[in-house]
Design a protein. Structure first.
Length: 519
């Protein structure tokens, strides 16, 4: 065992020496000072890396270079650079890195967390293209057939909060589950044809656990094995190898989350007990109920990506919306006035009201929610598949390319007073689209379900604004309790726990909610 460990150590040291020598021959982008062997490792925090990257952007510029034990990183802090590289040169910037904690420890690699087969982590190639095709053809912008479902679940979310406002106001666990329950119901219904009836439903509870694990597994700088892949060969009893046990526990959750809902759909599709249309049934019908093994795996992992990818990101965005409205009552009241003037009080807003010039201020609010605090501040790293050159700088093949979306949307040269929540900064649709273009991915990796996610979030936000007042809590003396703005770490970031009071604006508004749910 000692001989094997020494062999691994010397191999690692030799590899890092070779990388160090080669790097001196390149015109690399600037970055924090690197040390022998460990490179930039000591500079990278384990939490909220986007804030540190943003600080480096001010010191080093729009491209920052890092070396972590031989693995190179290129952090992009400019929307202009991002567009020129990830969009315009997408043929070499569309690959994904092999993240050992999520990828190598996958079902096909014989262990671990089991996320490597998901569309979002697939390397750029045939398998990725097949999964993308499955998702894209079922979530096109013209998929209006899902509007009633999205709107009804938005009404149920608001109705549930109003009927028991304390559950939303005072428990972060219930905030998490309230949003996830309704958003998850929409996604699971359109993906598998299953309607979630309670939080104990395995088609719902398993994804909630899986997406949390995914966020931890893919967070940059968290796992040593992502920087030193040879660590995966360590026995579980070796100190520092506890990540192996963590990954093993995640793997079972990931596998069950992906395959169990599909098997449910396949069984009930055959017996006619599934809700139509849904993504899996559409694919099963095309295959006449008997997809090949390869096509079935493509369908399972594509469907799982839709479910997991939309669950956490949408729930985070909804919570940020509530926090923004809580802290900015003037914005809230202006949006309510726009709805009253344009829509009236005899009906609730619909997703069709998202059309230009119908509710422009409400749409500006959603754009500002996306900009103010993103659900995924760094997205998922890309991998540069060939050596590249940009503005006289060498960008090495194999580098992990991290888009610092948080900084791009808080760049003071682009957005004045970027820490302020200000929907009035958007004068037209083009300015809003500059935000959403960054939020939903880049180049060939752009998320094909953007229109569906947009519709769901608009339905929730517009329903809340039409029917609710979101107020600061008060103490026993009646003084308002100011809430802090803080966010969690991970690939998906959530607002930290905050308190709020949610009240119905009028009996008529509550009646409209009840009527819409009963339809």
């Amino acid at each position: 065992m000692l001989r094997i460990s020494l062999s691994l150590l010397f191999t690692l040291l030799g590899y890092m020496f070779f990388k160090a020598v080669m790097s001196t021959r390149k015109r690399l982008p600037p970055g924090p000072r690197r040390l022998p062997i460990i490179g930039s490792t000591h500079h990278i925090p384990k939490t909220q890396q986007w804030l540190t990257f943003s600080k480096w952007a001010r010191a080093y510029g729009s491209i920052v270079y890092l070396d972590v034990v031989g693995q190179t990183f290129t952090v992009l802090n400019s929307a202009k650079v991002d567009k020129e590289l990830l969009d315009q040169r997408s043929n070499i910037y569309s690959d994904r890195p092999t993240l050992p904690m999520a990828n190598l420890f996958s079902v096909h690699h014989g262990g671990g967390s089991g996320y490597g087969e998901l569309f979002i982590l697939q390397p750029y190639g045939d398998s990725w293209r097949k999964q993308r095709k499955v998702i894209a053809q079922d979530f096109s912008p013209s998929t209006v057939r899902r509007y009633p479902l999205q709107e009804k679940e938005a009404r149920k979310l608001v109705h549930g909060i109003l009927d028991n406002p304390s559950t939303f106001a005072h428990s972060v666990d219930v905030i998490y589950l309230t949003n996830h329950r309704r958003i998850g119901t929409v996604i699971i219904r359109v993906t598998y044809g299953h309607y979630v009836t309670d939080e104990e439903d395995r088609c719902f509870s398993a994804p909630v656990a899986a997406v949390y694990n995914f966020s931890q597994a893919t967070a940059p700088g968290t796992w040593a094995v992502d920087f030193i892949p040879m660590l995966k060969h360590l026995p579980e009893w070796v100190p520092g190898a506890s990540f192996l046990q963590v990954a093993e526990g995640w793997r079972g959750v990931s596998y069950d989350t992906s395959w169990d809902p599909y098997f449910w759909c396949k069984k009930n599709h055959e017996s006619g007990n599934v809700l139509l249309p849904n993504l899996c049934s559409t694919a099963l019908e095309a295959a006449e109920g008997w997809p090949s093994k390869e096509d079935e795996e493509t369908l399972v992992w594509a469907a799982s990506t839709v479910m997991g990818g939309g669950l956490d990101s949408n729930a985070s965005t909804v919570q940020t919306f509530f926090l923004a409205m809580l802290l900015h009552p003037t914005v809230q009241h202006k949006a309510q006035k726009e709805i009253e003037t344009t829509i009236g009080s005899d009906r609730l807003p619909t997703i069709e009201d998202r059309a230009p010039y119908v509710l422009p201020y409400v749409r500006s609010i959603m754009a500002e929610v996306f900009r103010w605090n993103q659900a995924a501040p760094l997205g998922i790293p890309h991998r540069l598949s060939h050596d590249d050159t940009y503005n006289g700088m060498d960008l090495p093949k194999g580098s992990l390319v991290i888009p610092n979306i948080w900084h791009m949307l808080h760049d003071p040269e682009v957005y004045s007073n970027p820490m302020d929540f200000d929907p009035d900064r958007y004068q037209n649709d083009a300015e809003m689209e500059k935000v959403t273009d960054l939020i939903f991915g880049f180049g060939r990796r752009a998320y094909p379900g953007k229109a569906f996610a947009d519709g769901t979030l608009f339905a929730i936000a517009s329903t809340v604004l039409a029917t609710c007042e979101i107020l600061l809590p008060v103490d026993v003396q009646g003084n308002k309790i100011v809430q802090d703005v803080a966010y969690t770490s991970g690939t998906t970031s959530f607002p930290s726990p905050f308190d709020c009071n949610v009240k119905c604006r009028s009996p008529k508004a509550h009646e409209l909610l009840t009527q819409n749910i009963a339809k």
